[in-house]
Design a binder for this molecule. Sequence first.
Ligand SMILES: [Zn+2]
Ligand SMILES: [Zn+2]
Length: 85
Amino acid sequence: MLPLDPQADIGRRAWVACPNCDDARGCDPCGERRSCSEHWRYLLSNTGSLLHLQCPACTHVWEHESGFGATRSPWRRIGSGLTGH
Ligand SMILES: [Zn+2]
Ligand SMILES: [Zn+2]
């Protein structure tokens, strides 16, 4: 087991399934994608929409692409406006 990262802060959590221990399998709140009080991950840091996470159950560290943040292109919205007529 790895030690907890010094950046691990219980005030910064993310609800992402752990790819290592899969501890949320069969859990009702997690299955409904709600903020489960038992199954959450430390959010160590993020780069744009890429999250660096650590699982408090098995201390696995991984990166998760959230799909949110600064990487979305603004061009699609502008383009759809120009082709409206
Ligand atoms: Zn885990
Ligand atoms: Zn859960």
